[in-house]
Every structure is written in structure tokens, then in C-alpha cells.
Design a protein around this ligand. Structure first.
Ligand code: ADP
Length: 605
């Protein structure tokens, strides 16, 4: 006997809304229906182990089938099934109990995945893609009658005796005209791989097994070897290089969370591939947009987080203020920092070897996350041009004796490239100063960060000033030139270099130091670099910013001063100016060609 009836619903609008507003996320119907099938199967297993069910479990594989003649997509499970009363209760009534609220709240929103889960409309998401949905179900309970339920996307349904012989449920979707894509094998396979890849019950499509039911993040770390972690990484990201290392997450209090986070090889902004962390809820893929759950720097990691405690069915903005999410976020930060600290302590050599590759990540984390920065100060490293690594504290100790200026400020010196800044590096090395290497685009911010944490620390690039002035000491060398001679010298160079571009300064350096030196103040250069990095005003447009330092104690200074303002002094100063520009990489294009030509003429004169 066929039973007819109306779905218990206060609002007739539910189907149009499901169809219209959830458009962008149509594909999630598959995740919802298969999750239901998985739940029904898991429940049966639970009953069996609690001996509430004494039948044979048999094969529990969930099967997905396409019938292209009938235009149907079927999901078959061998779970608990439903009796007629249960269909009535769970399908006919429950789903729509909050329909009114749903319509009011979300009629104009498009966050489909959120809405569906939140209102327990999972089953009804089938109507996004189907014009008719059939259920053939038989409960696991003894002597239960099979039930056949049909609904064509209106609020009326039909229920009659069904044909299912074995316990479980078939959901048969008669795919609508606009959703024909869901009858394509490749489309369904892609979706199954996306959403169901790690679901806990076997799923089969076209005779092929889709999922890995026991992903390694659920296993105990002690049972796993490095190879297992690397193999899983390759399973997730087939064409990637091996990760540097990983963290196996496993918490059950005060929230549930498992997962594995991998540190990929990446050295700077350009190589960064964000959003490679996938979020799962009980092995069901939810999203790879984890921005709301983790601090931004952690999105540089790869891997999987699985937590039923992240509320998936509410809006994004709500997520950020959710207290569970906050706890999870700070837990992950702490775990990552602890892991790095462990590796540093237990195997410093290994850590140093990988520093060039993880350094970017750590620096980025320190710049953007205060908590992480605090912990990372124990293991963040600086490297000098001899390729030796130091923690901040170690380096401070090392350079303190020689590199403290007359005001008690410690000065750390660095180069972006010891080859390119060879002359400058050589000059400070002559004073037995140590030189660090900072060559990552993130370093100008990072340097600022280190300085900001110390009371009396200045970090200067080797070409920021003369070797004497970089670290100013009490004892100053006297100038050998008279005031008049110094005025001449200044005049000659101002004419040669152009007062608008260079600020000419006289310094009494050692006679062995270079006669002419171009420097750019640390402050000015950082301003320029940072505005370039942040895409702000192009500070290169500002002329100047460079100082032309004349060493009054060099013998050529005296020679030029003696020659007074003349062709000869201009020629000499011009040549020295060219050489200074050359060592500061300031000669290129036309300037460089002119320099080459002038040099050849000089040989001739
Ligand atoms: P939710 O899964 O959030 O409860 P759904 O609309 O997806 O909401 O499903 C409603 C109810 O219908 C489920 O809670 C379950 O009791 C029942 N149900 C749905 N699919 C199945 C299935 N394949 N086997 C057994 N029961 C099911």
C-alpha cells in the first residue's frame, strides 16, 4: 500500500532556496550523502561490537554507481538502514524543522556548505542536482520491512514497501537537466577523491577503490617510520620534493585534533605555496582554506588537520572569534615551536643544515606571531660570512668585545652578498669585525624585528658608513689636511659627483682605508627597501640618499688638495669617484659605458 503525505514544513520555499542559493557549491551533495552512508555503516559497526546487532556484517563497502541510461547516480550502503517510522522521523520531519529559521537567515547568503550542515539539510542537498530522489532502505533490525521513498522536489513525498533485500540504504538521484556533469565518470571520480579520500569506510566507484580508510595521521607515532611520513606526503602532493620534517599532532583535551603538518622546502616569498593544509572533520574533507583556523604563517606548511571540534557549519567571521578555534590555533603554534626547539636542541647540526630552507618560515612566523616569536628566539639563527651559525644570544656574546660602540650600543654588521660587497666587507674585516649574511627578501623586516627586541643593538649593512663610523669608538684619528685643503677637496668632489645626488663628507680615516667611499645610511636604505617590498611609493625616485665619504688621510686626498681646483684634480677625483661607484654596484648602462671609455682615454693621456 502506498502512503502519501506532506513533508512537515512551515515554508514552501525550501526547495527553491536549496536550488537557487546553494548554486556555487552543488558538488557538496556527494560529500553529504556519502557522509550519511559512512555514518550509517559506522553505527552498525558500533552496534555489532556492543552486541546490539548479532547478524553478520558482511561486506560494508559503500558503492557509487552511475546509470547513464536512466540518468541516475546511486549511493549504496550496508549500514543500519531505516524503518518506515525512522524515514518519517529523520527524513520527512527532522530535516525541515528549522526551515523557517533557515529561510529567514540565509535566503540572501551564499555560504552553501555552512548552511547545509548547520540546518541538518545534508540529505536534502540531493535536490540541488536531482529532480527526483528515491530511497530504498531496510533497517538492520530483525524482521524489518524494506521501505521505498520518493520525492520530486516538492513538499510531497510517497512512501511504499520497498525492494531492498539486504540491510542498508540506496539513495537514487535522478539527475536534473542542469546537472548532467554528475553523470560523468571523471567528474564523480574527482569529487570522490576530493571529499572522500580518507573516509573511514571503503568506497568503491566503477570497481575501483577510492579511499584510504586508515590514513596515517590517525595512527600512533611510535608505529610509524620516516618512510611512512614521506610516503604519505607524496600521496598528498605527488610531485613535491621531500619535506624537511614534520609534526604529528594528537590532542584529545580540551578539544580533539589529529593531523600531520609538514615543513616543505621553501626559501622566500616567491616559492611560497600557501593553502596546502587541508582541513578534515572525522576524515571528511572540508576545505583547504584554513586561514581562519591557523595564523597566516602556518599556512606555509603542508599537510592535514582533522578535527570534529572546529565548527564547520557557521560563517567565516564567526569562526575567527570561536574559542575552540582560538585554542586550536594557539595549540598548533605551540606545537610547531616546540618541535623546532626539539630539533634544535637534539640535533643542532641537522637544524643548521636546514636553516637556509626553514629560515624563511621561522622569520615570517616571528614577524607575524608574537607568541611564536618569543619561543623562536631560542632557536632562530644568524649566519656569518664564514657560514657559522649563531643564536641571537650567542652572537651577542661573540661580538660584544669588539663591536660595542662608545655609547655602549652593540653593532652587528651584515652584507647581502660578500662577493658583491667585497670592498666593504674587507674594510670591516680589517678591523676584525664579524660580518653576517642577510640575503632573504624578508630580512630587512627581520633585522628591524631583532633590533626592536634589544635595548642597545644596531644592525648595519657594511656599506652604511665608513668602517670607523659604523662602530664609533672614542679614539679618533686626526686629519692631516688643513682646513683650506679640506675645502678644496670638498669642492672638487662636489663638482664631480653632483651635490644633488651625493652628500660629500670628509672623514679622517686610516691612510690604508679607501680614498673615496660611497655609503648609504642604514635608515635610508631600509626605508627604500621596505617601501619597495610593500609596494609603496618608489623611493628610488628620491635622488640622493648616498654619502660620498672622502678619506682625508689617504695620500690621494692630499694630492688632489695640492693640485687645487684644476683639470688634473677633476680627472683624479672623477676616476676615484668612478671606482667607488663601481664597488657599490652603482655603475650600469650608459654610466658604465662612459666609465669604460673614460678609462681607456686615461690610458692614452
Ligand atoms: P544529518 O546527517 O545532519 O543528521 P541529514 O539530512 O543528512 O542530516 O540526515 C538526516 C537523518 O537521516 C540522519 O541523521 C540519519 O538518521 C538518516 N539518514 C540519512 N542517510 C542515511 C543512510 N544512508 N542510512 C541510514 N540513515 C540515514
Amino acid at each position: 500500500m502506498t502512503k502519501q503525505g506532506n513533508l512537515t514544513v512551515h515554508t514552501e520555499n525550501i526547495f527553491p532556496i536549496i536550488k537557487k542559493f546553494l548554486y556555487s557549491d552543488h558538488e557538496i551533495f556527494l560529500r553529504e550523502l556519502i557522509s550519511n552512508a559512512v555514518d550509517a555503516t559506522q553505527k552498525l559497526k558500533t552496534f555489532a561490537s556492543a552486541s546490539d546487532f548479532d547478524g553478520a556484517l558482511g561486506d560494508l563497502t559503500i558503492k557509487v554507481e552511475i546509470d547513464s541510461k536512466k540518468n541516475t547516480l546511486t549511493i549504496k550502503d550496508y549500514g543500519i538502514g531505516m524503518t518506515e517510522a525512522e524515514v518519517d522521523q529523520y527524513i520527512n520531519q527532522i530535516a525541515f524543522s528549522s526551515a523557517e529559521e533557515f529561510v529567514q537567515k540565509y535566503a540572501d547568503k551564499k555560504d552553501a556548505a555552512a548552511i547545509i550542515g548547520h540546518f541538518g539539510l545534508g540529505f536534502y542537498s540531493a535536490f540541488m542536482v536531482a529532480e527526483k530522489v528515491e530511497l530504498q532502505t531496510k533497517s538492520y533490525r530483525k524482521d524489518s520491512e524494506p521501505v521505498h521513498w520518493t520525492c520530486i522536489g516538492t513538499t510531497s513525498f510517497e512512501m511504499e514497501k520497498g525492494s531492498r533485500k539486504k540491510r542498508g540504504t540506496d539513495i537514487i538521484l535522478h539527475i536534473n537537466e542542469d546537472s548532467k556533469e554528475f553523470l560523468e565518470t571523471s567528474r564523480i571520480e574527482t569529487l570522490l577523491k576530493k571529499y572522500c579520500r580518507f573516509m573511514p569506510v571503503e568506497i568503491e566507484f566503477e570497481g575501483k577503490k577510492i579511499n584510504n580508510t586508515e590514513p596515517i595521521w590517525l595512527k600512533k607515532p611510535v608505529t610509524l617510520k620516516d618512510e611512512d611520513y614521506i610516503a604519505f606526503y607524496k600521496e598528498l602532493y605527488p610531485y613535491s620534493e621531500d619535506p624537511l620534517f614534520w609534526i604529528h599532532l594528537n590532542v584529545d583535551y580540551p578539544f580533539n585534533l589529529t593531523g600531520i603538518l609538514y615543513f616543505p622546502k621553501q626559501q622566500n616569498y616567491l616559492e611560497v605555496q600557501k593553502s596546502k593544509v587541508q582541513l578534515y572533520s572525522n576524515q571528511v574533507f572540508v576545505t583547504d582554506e584554513v586561514k581562519e583556523i591557523m595564523p597566516e604563517f602556518l599556512t606555509l606548511l603542508h599537510g592535514i588537520i582533522d578535527s570534529p571540534d572546529i565548527p564547520l557549519n557557521v560563517s567565516r567571521s564567526y569562526l575567527q572569534s570561536d574559542s575552540n578555534v582560538k585554542k586550536i590555533s594557539s595549540y598548533i603554534v605551540k606545537k610547531v615551536a616546540d618541535k623546532l626547539a626539539d630539533i634544535f636542541k637534539e640535533n643542532r647540526e641537522e637544524f643548521e643544515k636546514k636553516w637556509d630552507e626553514i629560515g624563511f618560515f621561522i622569520k615570517y612566523g616571528m614577524l607575524t606571531d608574537e607568541k611564536f616569536a618569543e619561543k623562536a628566539r631560542e632557536f632562530a639563527l644568524v649566519k656569518n660570512i664564514e657560514n657559522k651559525y649563531f643564536t641571537f644570544a650567542e652572537y651577542g656574546e661573540k661580538v660584544k668585545p669588539l663591536q660595542t660602540d662608545k655609547n655602549g650600543t652593540q653593532v652587528w654588521l651584515y652584507t647581502i652578498d660578500a662577493g658583491q660587497q667585497h670592498g666593504y666587507v674587507g674594510a670591516v674585516k680589517k678591523k676584525s669585525y664579524d660580518v653576517l649574511v642577510f640575503n632573504n627578501p624578508i630580512d630587512s623586516h627581520f633585522i628591524q624585528h631583532i633590533e626592536g627586541k634589544e635595548e642597545k643593538l644596531a644592525i648595519k649593512r657594511v656599506d652604511a658608513d665608513t668602517p670607523d663610523m659604523l662602530i664609533e669608538k672614542e679614539d679618533k684619528i686626526e686629519s692631516v689636511l688643513t682646513k683650506d685643503e679640506e675645502t678644496v677637496l670638498q669642492q672638487v668632489y662636489e663638482n664631480v659627483a653632483g651635490k644633488d645626488k651625493y652628500t660629500v663628507k670628509l672623514e679622517s680615516l686610516s691612510p690604508e682605508d679607501a680614498p673615496v667611499l660611497i655609503t648609504q645610511s642604514e635608515w635610508m636604505r631600509r626605508m627604500k627597501e621596505m617601501s619597495r617590498l610593500s609596494g609603496g611609493a618608489n623611493m628610488d625616485m628620491f635622488p640622493g640618499g648616498y654619502d660620498l665619504i672622502l678619506n682625508t688621510n689617504h695620500k690621494l686626498a692630499k694630492k688632489i688638495a695640492d693640485t687645487k681646483e684644476s683639470e688634473e684634480s677633476t680627472r683624479m677625483a672623477g676616476y676615484l669617484f668612478d671606482l667607488a661607484r663601481l664597488s657599490q654596484n652603482l655603475l650600469s648602462g650608459q654610466d658604465l659605458t662612459d666609465f669604460v671609455n673614460r678609462s681607456m682615454e686615461r690610458l692614452d693621456s
